[in-house]
Design a protein around this ligand. Structure first.
Ligand code: FES
Ligand code: FES
Length: 158
């Protein structure tokens, strides 16, 4: 039996009919054009499918779409509109990615970290990004991008 659900996606209201077995990732990718969220492991282990739901990152490969009913979802596609483009730009400046498959997930986790802890130390950055895996890089440039983001925000606040 299908069910109609509603949520806000990157600031826009969405109403969509889903099957109880449909995963949030599949609905986002296949039906709503959200290709930043990727199918990596499908088991909650790689973070490629990370999106933000009600202020917290979730693994959209593990969630059923019906569980997102009534929620507010953010993905990388909405960062420009949501005023969060700077995170992406600093990652690019540091050449933090090679193939880029993991990038949206890292950026979503970075956004969550900085919204909860504006001044994380190195260990806290590593811990916050531990659920995101990258097959290409040594993580060094990823961490340096996050550190620059932290310093930039601190500079603006002082
Ligand atoms: S695809 Fe969801 S955690 Fe890997
Ligand atoms: S840049 Fe290729 S998986 Fe991270």
């Amino acid at each position: 039996m299908v069910r109609e659900i509603e949520f806000t996606l990157n600031g826009y209201h969405q109403k969509i009919t889903v099957k109880p077995s449909e995963k949030l990732l599949d609905v986002l990718r296949d039906r709503l054009g959200i290709t930043s969220a990727k199918y990596g492991c499908g088991k909650g282990e790689c973070g490629a499918c990370t999106v933000n739901l009600d202020g917290k990152t979730v693994r959209s490969c593990l969630m059923y779409a019906v569980e997102a009913d009534g929620s507010v979802i953010e993905t990388l596609e909405g960062f420009q509109r949501l005023g969060k483009k700077e995170i992406q730009e600093i990652y690019q400046k540091h050449n933090a990615f090679q193939c880029g498959f993991c990038a949206p997930g890292f950026i979503m986790s970075t956004d969550e970290l900085l919204s909860q802890n504006p001044d994380p130390d190195e260990e806290e950055i590593k811990e916050a990004l531990a659920g995101n895996l990258c097959r290409c890089t040594g993580y060094k440039n990823i961490f340096s991008a996050v550190k620059e983001m932290v310093e930039k925000r601190k500079g603006r606040e002082s």
